[in-house]
Design a protein around this ligand. Structure first.
Ligand code: C2E
Ligand code: MG
Ligand code: MG
Length: 542
């Protein structure tokens, strides 16, 4: 029995994937596996019964289980850097002990020998796990990227041994600040990364960054020398600043650089990059490119109520983006990026086609016709084949042209008035109607409006929202309505949210109302319900 077991153990020892040796209580090598002999180049005779110190160089403590970075000597007098795991084994209380020495490749070990922290390879794995978990739980977490300020100076002037102690000490302080339950890793050099999954928001991550910075306020005492050193920190948040390991770490790193530039000893958030534009834009741009293919875009519809008939004669189509990780993104966030990158062209075409199709289907299902109002972006309006595109979509979807309304803004037409008038006439010739959106926020030149073949003015929400408190808004809304009527234009009051606003715009003879008071933008199913039950809903509220 014992023989079999001994044979089995020997087998296991041989089949280990790493170099392995066994020493006796005197530190003499009693056996080693074939991998060791192959890699070191020594023969059995050259090794057996010799002191382990002659073959493995480094700081190790065979009297207890420990791990460290060592060099393994080879026959050709070179040295291989390896991660050592030593493990003493006791067979019974009185007997002498043996010690097992396992030597593995660095990256495989996953730990930094100096600080005993996970290294960048293990960090990568752990971050991947954190991402999967957060996706599943719809939770967030923070990544902090730290770099010690002026570490190189300490290292160069005081020497590496000081540098090493400083790194170990710094690691302890960071760990102390973030707590044992949060993970941290050494990236190499004087860089550390923390993964904080107990934060509820960015504020939580900032609290940790402040705590770390406070830990560095105390001087470090290295071999009786006082050293004052600080750290700069970059913060990125999953999923807002990146949804993979690469982008989370890179963005935290970039933010850290900004903290350095601002004078060190502080933190910066990757978020700031968003306003600076670079990263978030790229992220949105990249996923926006795929959003169309992946069917993540959808249309919502907001009714416009005709105040004379108390019925819905048209609905405005409002684009929505249901991002798999970020949730619902509002057009205010992604349309400007789509504009800038040109993605608005395929997206705009999709909106036009989809909306016309839907309205035609709605009619085919036996419902009374409603007009669809679609927003055009500046870039779409300048597109040379816009008129042809719309013509084609109308014929493909067989929607009656007078059921399509195009919303443009003043600024779009003021760019090149002459050209704009030409395009608008061509569109009118197709039979579609045209409205000016957000009126009052741009040029607001009623003089010019005379020249444009348009049908409707939509008074911007900013006039309506304080119409019950601000006499300027009252005067402007009144004036716009009167002048628009003189020009034979319909007037829509946008953003009517309460009864008071409704009664005022009614008093000024606005023709249509669009706003949360009657309805928020609705999904297809909900707008269908709304339209079918409108008699009750609208009459009750009007
Ligand atoms: P917009 O064309 O002026 O659309 C009206 C916006 O006001 C919508 O915001 C709507 O949800 C909001 N709104 C309506 N009633 C109220 C109200 O009573 N109170 C408040 N607070 N808000 C109200 P949304 O859907 O976020 O769209 C924002 C803008 O994005 C739109 O402004 C439009 O300029 C643009 N947009 C939306 N869909 C498209 C599209 O398909 N193509 C293009 N080019 N732009 C679009
Ligand atoms: Mg609009
Ligand atoms: Mg508007």
């Amino acid at each position: 029995m014992e023989e079999i077991q001994r044979g089995t153990y020997k087998d296991i020892f041989e089949q280990l994937d790493t170099m392995a040796l066994i020493t006796n209580e005197h530190g003499n090598i009693i056996t080693a596996n074939t991998i060791y002999f192959t890699m070191s180049g020594f023969s059995r005779e050259e090794v057996i019964n010799k002191k382990i110190e002659s073959f493995i160089i480094g700081n190790y403590h065979p009297e207890k289980s420990s791990q460290s970075e060592v060099f393994v000597k080879t026959k050709d007098k070179s040295e291989i850097l390896q991660w050592l795991i030593v493990n003493p084994v006791y067979f019974n209380r009185n007997s002498d002990s043996l010690c097992i020495w396992l030597l593995t490749d660095f990256q495989v070990s996953g730990y930094d020998p100096l600080t005993k922290l996970p290294n960048r390879f293990l960090l990568h794995q752990e971050l991947n796990k954190a991402i999967l978990t957060a996706r599943k739980n719809h939770s967030i977490f923070a990544v902090l990227f730290l770099d010690l300020d002026r570490f190189k100076f300490v290292n160069d002037t005081l020497g590496h041994s000081y540098g090493d102690i400083l790194l170990q000490e710094a690691a302890l302080r960071i760990k102390h600040a973030i707590g044992n339950h949060n993970m941290m890793a050494r990236m190499g050099g004087d860089e550390f990364v923390c993964v904080l999954d107990d934060v509820e928001d960015e504020k939580g991550a900032e609290q940790y960054a402040k705590k770390i910075i406070a830990e560095f306020a105390k001087t470090f005492v290295l071999k009786e020398t006082d050293i004052y050193i600080t750290t700069s920190i970059g913060i990125s948040m999953f999923p807002f600043d990146g949804d993979d390991v690469e982008s989370l770490v890179t963005n935290a790193d970039t933010a850290m650089y900004r903290a350095k530039k601002k004078g060190r000893n502080q933190y910066e958030k990757a978020k700031a990059d968003i306003s600076a534009g670079s990263f978030e834009k790229l992220l949105i741009e990249n996923s926006l490119r795929k959003a169309l293919e992946k069917d993540e875009l959808l249309l919502y519809y907001q009714p416009q109520v005709n105040l004379k008939t108390n019925s819905v004669t048209s609905v405005e189509v409002l684009l929505r983006w249901e991002h798999p990780d970020l949730g619902m993104i509002s057009p205010g966030e992604f349309i400007p990026i789509a504009e800038e990158t040109g993605l608005i062209l395929p997206i705009g075409e999709w909106v036009l086609r989809k909306a016309c199709q839907t309205m035609n289907d709605w009619q085919k299902a036996g419902h009374p016709p409603v007009r669809v109002a679609i927003n055009l972006s500046a870039r779409q309006f300048l597109q040379h084949d816009l008129v042809d595109q719309i013509k084609m979509i109308l014929s493909e979807t067989s929607l009656e042209p007078n059921l399509l309304e195009l919303e443009i803004t003043e600024n779009m037409v003021m760019h090149d008035v002459h050209k704009a008038i030409g395009v608008l006439h061509q569109l009118k010739d197709l039979g579609v109607t045209i409205s000016i959106d957000d009126f009052g926020t741009g040029y607001s030149s009623l003089n010019y409006l005379k020249e444009f073949p348009i049908d409707t003015l939509k008074i911007d929400r900013s006039f309506i929202y304080d119409i019950d408190k601000n006499s300027n808004s009252v005067a402007l809304t009144k004036a716009i309505t009167t002048l628009a009527h003189d020009l034979n234009l319909n007037v829509v009051a946008e953003g009517v949210e309460n009864y008071k606003q409704l009664s005022l715009v009614k008093q000024f003879s606005c023709d249509f109302v669009q706003g949360f008071y009657f309805s928020k933008p609705l999904s297809y199913d909900h707008i269908t319900d709304f339209l079918l039950n409108q008699k009750n809903t609208i009459r009750k509220n009007a």
